[in-house]
Design a protein around this ligand. Structure first.
Ligand code: ZN
Length: 342
C-alpha cells in the first residue's frame, strides 16, 4: 500500500446487471439460492477489479453483498419481524415503511463473514468492511419491544461486536460503521450514540471507522441539504466527543458540501477519510478539483492521517461515471503526494 494518502471508498459501487437493476438504490436481487451466492461473488470480484484498476488502495466489497446498507444486516437477526411493518420518519426527514422489533434481538449466525472471507481470498491489499451503526439501525426500525432507542442501540452494539470480531478474524483490516444518523440526532449521539459505537468496537485490534455523511443523492436528502443554510455545521456538534472516542478513522463528506473545512480541526489526531468525490452528480471531478479539496483538508489533518475517499456510496451511478470519478480521485491524490514529497 502507498504509505501516503491511501485511497478508499466510503461505501457502495454500482451492481452488475446480472445481480440487481443497475443505477437503482436498494434494488432487489435478480438471482436466488446458489445462483445468488455465485452472482454476488462474481460481482465482488468485478468491483474489486474496478477498484484496483482505478488506483484504490484499501479495497471494500462495494456493498455487492447487500441490498441495503442497514436492513440486509437486520434481516439476519432474531427479534425483528419484516412482515409487521410501520411507517416512521427516518432521520427526521422522510417516511419509510420499516420492520418491527417484536422481541429480544440476537444474531444466531454470522451475517457477512463468508463474504468477507471470499474478498480476503481474492487480494493481498488491505480490505475494509462496512456494517450499519447502532443508532442508524435503531432509526430504521419501529421498536415495539424495548421502547427505548438507547436500550435497543445497546443490544445492537453487542451484536455488531460479535460480527466485527468474526470479520477481524476473517482478515478484515478496517471495520467501518455507517452512521448517517449521527448528522441528525446530536443530543442522542453525545448521550449514548458514540458510547454504543464504542461498545460495538470493544476488544477489536483492527482499525475502526465511522462514516457520517449527508446521504445518497436522493430527493429527500437534496431537499434537506437545501434547508441547511450556507454553512453545514452539523459535524461541529459531534466531533469533539468523537475525537476522544476509541474510533480510529472518521469518514466525512467534503466535496461540493457546505461543510466548513476547519471543522476537521476538531478531530485532530484521528485519521480522516476525506470525501473528495460528490456522489450526487454525474459531473466528473477533475484531478485538480480533488487535489484542491485534499489540500484544504491538509490544513486540518496531518498528511499521514488523510485517506482520500468518496463522499458516500456510488450505487446509483453508472459503472462508467464511477470509474471516471475514481480515476480522478487517484489522479488528484497523486498530485498531492508529489507536492508533499517535493
Ligand atoms: Zn454515506
Amino acid at each position: 500500500m502507498k504509505t501516503l494518502l491511501p485511497i478508499t471508498i466510503a461505501g457502495s459501487l454500482p451492481k452488475p446487471s446480472w445481480l440487481a437493476q443497475p443505477e437503482t438504490l436498494w434494488s432487489p436481487w435478480k438471482l436466488q439460492n446458489e445462483e445468488l451466492v455465485q452472482g454476488k461473488q462474481d460481482a465482488l470480484r468485478l468491483s474489486m477489479l474496478n477498484q484496483q484498476q482505478t488506483g484504490v488502495d484499501i479495497i471494500s466489497d462495494g456493498e455487492q453483498s447487500r441490498q441495503h446498507f442497514v436492513t440486509t444486516f437486520i434481516e439476519h437477526l432474531d427479534g425483528v419481524d419484516f412482515e409487521k411493518r410501520k411507517t416512521v420518519k427516518i432521520r427526521d426527514r422522510y417516511d419509510a415503511s420499516v420492520p418491527m422489533v417484536v422481541g429480544p434481538v440476537s444474531r444466531q449466525k454470522p451475517v457477512f463473514v463468508e463474504d468477507a472471507k471470499f474478498l480476503r481470498s481474492q487480494t493481498k491489499q488491505p480490505i475494509k468492511w462496512a456494517l450499519p451503526g447502532p443508532m442508524t439501525m435503531v432509526d430504521t426500525l419501529y421498536d415495539d419491544h424495548y421502547k427505548s432507542r438507547e436500550k435497543l442501540a445497546w443490544e445492537f452494539a453487542k451484536i455488531l461486536n460479535q460480527e466485527a470480531k468474526e470479520l477481524e478474524a476473517a482478515g478484515v483490516d478496517i471495520i467501518q460503521f455507517d452512521e448517517p444518523a449521527f448528522n441528525v440526532f446530536f443530543d442522542e449521539v453525545n448521550d449514548w450514540g458514540i458510547a454504543a459505537l464504542e461498545r460495538a468496537v470493544e476488544g477489536l485490534k483492527c482499525q475502526t471507522a465511522v462514516h457520517i455523511c449527508y446521504g445518497y443523492g436522493i430527493k429527500a436528502n437534496t431537499d434537506w441539504k437545501k434547508s441547511l443554510g450556507e454553512e453545514w455545521r452539523q459535524y461541529e456538534e459531534i466531533f469533539p466527543k468523537l475525537q476522544t472516542s476509541s474510533i480510529d478513522i472518521i469518514s466525512l463528506e467534503c466535496q461540493n458540501s457546505r461543510v466548513p473545512m476547519e471543522l476537521i480541526e476538531l478531530l485532530r489526531g484521528k485519521k480522516v477519510m476525506v470525501g473528495a468525490i460528490d456522489v450526487a452528480t454525474n459531473t466528473i471531478e477533475t484531478p485538480e478539483e480533488v487535489a484542491d479539496t485534499l489540500r484544504k483538508a491538509l490544513q486540518f489533518v496531518d498528511a499521514q492521517n488523510l485517506y482520500p475517499c468518496t463522499n458516500c456510496g456510488m450505487v446509483p451511478l453508472s459503472q462508467e461515471v464511477t470509474r471516471a470519478k475514481l480515476n480522478a480521485l487517484s489522479a488528484g491524490a497523486e498530485i498531492i503526494r508529489k507536492e508533499l514529497s517535493a
